[in-house]
Design a protein around this ligand. Structure first.
Ligand code: HEC
Ligand code: HEC
Ligand code: HEC
Length: 179
């Protein structure tokens, strides 16, 4: 009786335990080293060194002109309703948007420095970029092209000086981008 128990229960249990032990011991050995995260400008190439204007360009071959000067000149007529509703929802109390952009910008201007004259932190007629830029580029999940196509990186806009540790938003002009 005792030897039956021995053969049919204890031995198989021992074999199973041993296999589990070797399985884990082996799989620990084969776990690969974690890969370094590719952060543009920090641990990977920065493809948008001039921030806004490096990305908001004219792409004639794709019939897509997304320069900020072009967008704003269209917005002098009308800011599209859907966009306006989204911006209004993010507006600090006391700002009611009218639905038209007051002016366009010159392609030679320093962007976003020139925008900050009206979109700075304490402005009361236009929305401060310190919030608006994140609402535009980082909300809406998969439907937002900045997230779905450009990876939603902070460092496409915010640039780190690796020596001093200081963050800044660099400026650029559309003419320098060559299109
Ligand atoms: C790496 C690319 C990239 C960079 C850098 C970038 N943007 Fe954008 N921007 C986009 C994309 C993509 C969208 C469209 C987002 C969406 O799907 O709604 C967008 C949308 C916008 C819009 C709304 C345009 C519209 O037609 O609705 C404005 C205004 C804008 N960006 C301004 C800026 C400013 C100012 C900066 C710099 C501080 C900047 N962007 C930096 C890619 C970029
Ligand atoms: C002369 C001042 C001025 C300058 C310069 C300016 N803006 Fe504006 N902008 C405004 C005002 C005022 C509004 C609000 C329009 C409304 O009431 O519908 C606005 C609206 C916007 C909006 C919609 C959200 C909002 O605040 O209503 C975006 C996006 C925007 N501007 C982007 C830009 C960008 C990008 C630049 C620089 C390339 C720029 N603006 C330069 C005054 C300015
Ligand atoms: C499309 C460009 C853009 C992207 C992408 C972006 N930012 Fe910003 N961010 C700005 C701008 C422009 C300002 C205003 C800077 C200023 O006023 O000098 C700002 C300001 C800020 C501030 C200061 C806010 C305040 O109230 O003063 C913080 C914090 C910040 N960003 C964090 C982030 C983080 C974290 C990410 C990524 C998850 C990110 N940003 C992505 C453009 C961007």
């Amino acid at each position: 009786m005792r030897s039956k128990l021995y053969y049919y229960t204890l031995i198989p249990t021992f074999v199973i335990c041993l296999s589990i032990f070797f399985y884990y011991a082996y799989s620990q050995d084969t776990i690969s080293e974690p890969k370094m995260r590719a952060i543009p400008g920090i641990s990977a190439v920065d493809s948008f060194p001039h921030s806004c204007v490096s990305c908001h360009k004219n792409f004639p071959d794709r019939k897509m002109d997304v320069r900020l000067s072009t967008i704003l000149s269209e917005w002098k007529e009308k800011i599209p309703d859907e966009a306006l509703a989204k911006y209004q929802a993010s507006a600090p109390e006391g700002i009611t948007l009218k639905g038209k952009h007051p002016s366009s910008v010159d392609g030679q201007a320093s962007i976003p420095e020139v925008c900050n004259k009206c979109h700075g932190k304490s402005m009361k007629t236009a929305l401060p970029f310190s919030r608006l830029m994140h609402v535009i580029h980082l909300s809406g999940g998969n439907n937002n092209i900045y997230l779905s196509v450009f990876g939603g990186e902070c460092t496409h806009c915010h640039k780190l000086d690796q020596v001093t540790g200081a963050w800044s938003i660099v400026n650029g002009n559309e003419a320098d981008e060559g299109k």
